[in-house]
Design a protein around this ligand. Structure first.
Ligand code: SAM
Length: 481
């Protein structure tokens, strides 16, 4: 038995899938009263209202958080603070003021074992990809979840072309695979009712309008304005605007009769709701709610895979420090090094970690590496500093960092500071990781992190061995192990 919460619940399509697999819903939120009515009729409880007004501490503990949230641009906080490369500096809360922020603050407080977020396919391209990037950064780096995403088309299990993005996250770094759906699924004929009330047949006026509209667009070279569905195939996507004229999915009734729209019950079937599910009394509300809802069997298949992954808890070795590192990753680092030649390798030591506790985010750089940052080496009695930009390739993050020579204190050394709190190197568990800084020009560097165990591979490349004593020492000590 597992506990879940149902946010942006609508009529509970996502809940239905998880409940059928034995889950207990301990909290739900939906502010639309008509959707609340339907939810209550089916699940025996009325969802709480506006989620933005509910404090995260008031939400009960749960194992899985579910949310089919509305997609909004992240245009409010911090977005104007762009730097020269067009990448944001540091990490302000970019999600503030959006509904995604509400999901975030609940995950942050409640730390569920897993979550499932559902959205339209173009969440990925929304606002030039920025929205999706912010979402992923927040879930992976700020909240520290291991996140998997996939666009899945429901047509393998329902007679509907419905592509949605599913975002699945786990608190632990565990392996997960999305379900693979059959390529061919049921057809519309399987769900069409034999006898349909006359009111669903389009009026002459509407049908003429739709045809002339489509004709106009065809002449302009655009697609059709309406969709006469092929009963032996699948329909277009059912949307919340189906109530308007139903033009996206029309059913032919032969040559002598205008086509008809789907009945609300057919829409429910198109989304995979069971016949026992009670839909809204008014057609208008039912169309809207069902169009907004989810492909229930798809969610159920994902839910099964999630529960399986949680049970198995198989560690995902390819996922590294909040970043998915594929096999080619090390080659990429090596290629870059080959191309730019000047670079610096640093193993994060416990001293670096300790230093970061007192002075935010600084690491000690080998004294031999001065030439990468300064024209001349530092001398006693002198302090100097230089601003550099590091583009952290994996994180797509640019930081304005500083290199300092401190010749006034006992500990004469070079330090790299202002690395950015978003670059997660300074905690005990990262000791032994390798930071690779590749010099592009006097001020700009590319930064990578590499697992400690790759040190030998890195240093073993002839072209890669940097000319400083630290790297040689590292290599020697590595050979000893
Ligand atoms: C895409 S629909 C989700 C539908 C749901 N997955 C289902 O199966 O029916 C998004 C829902 O979020 C609700 N919503 C939007 N803003 C909200 C808020 N601030 N608080 C609670 N619900 C909200 C909308 O009313 C809508 O029903």
């Amino acid at each position: 038995m597992f506990k879940f919460i149902d946010l942006f619940a609508g009529i509970g399509g996502i809940r239905l899938a998880f409940q059928e697999l034995g889950g207990e819903c301990v909290f739900s939120s939906e502010w639309d009263s008509k959707a609340q009515d339907v939810y209550e009729k089916n699940f025996g409880e009325r969802p709480y209202g506006d989620i933005t007004k509910i404090h995260e501490k008031d939400i009960p503990d749960h194992d899985i958080l579910l949310a089919g949230f509305p997609c909004q641009p992240f245009s409010l906080a911090g977005v104007s603070k762009k730097n020269a490369l067009g990448v944001k500096h540091g990490f302000e809360d970019e999600t503030q003021g959006t509904l995604f922020f509400d999901i975030k603050r609940i995950i942050k407080e409640k730390r569920p074992k897993a979550f499932l977020l559902e959205n339209v396919k173009n969440l990925k391209s929304h606002d030039n990809g920025k929205t999706f990037k912010v979402i992923m950064r927040t879930l992976e780096r700020e909240l520290g979840y291991r996140v998997y995403t996939k666009v899945i088309d429901a047509k393998g299990v329902l007679p509907q072309h419905r592509e949605r993005i599913y975002i699945v996250g786990f608190k632990k770094n565990i392996e997960f695979q999305f379900p693979t759906l059959p390529t061919k699924g049921p057809v519309l004929n399987d769900i069409l009712e034999k006898e349909v009330e006359e009111k669903y047949t389009l009026s002459d006026k509407l049908w003429n309008y739709l045809q002339s509209y489509a004709q106009k667009h065809k002449e302009k070279g655009n697609g059709f304005g309406f969709g006469l569905a092929d009963p032996s195939s699948y329909s277009r996507t059912l949307s919340a605007r189906y109530y308007k004229d139903g033009s996206e999915i029309l059913i032919s009734q032969g040559e002598n009769k205008n086509p008809r729209r789907l009945t609300p019950r057919e829409c429910a079937k198109l989304q995979g709701f069971p016949d026992s599910f009670k839909i809204a009394d008014s057609d208008w509300a039912a169309y809207k709610q069902l169009g907004n809802s989810v492909a229930v069997p798809v969610v159920k298949k994902i839910a099964q895979k999630m529960l399986h992954a949680l049970k198995e808890e198989r560690h995902n070795p390819n996922y590294y420090r909040g970043l998915l590192v594929d096999e080619n990753y090390l080659n990429e680092v090596i290629n870059r090094i080959d191309f730019y030649k000047d670079f610096y390798i640093k193993i994060i030591s416990s001293d670096d970690f300790k230093a970061s506790l007192t002075r935010s985010g600084s690491i000690t750089i080998s004294n031999d590496a001065w030439h990468l940052f300064f024209q001349t080496p530092g001398i006693i009695g002198e302090s100097k500093e230089k601003c550099i930009k590091i583009y952290w390739e994996q994180l797509e993050e640019l930081t304005h960092s500083k290199v300092k020579w401190n010749g006034n204190k006992k500990n004469l050394n070079y330090k790299l500071t202002h690395i950015g709190k978003n670059i997660p190197y300074f905690s005990e568990e990262y000791c032994g990781d390798i930071v690779v800084l590749i010099k592009v020009n006097e001020e700009e560097f590319i930064g990578y992190t590499v697992k400690g165990e790759n040190l030998f591979t890195l240093l073993n490349q002839n072209s890669v061995l940097p000319n400083n004593s630290e790297s040689k020492e590292l290599m020697v000590s590595n050979l000893r192990h």
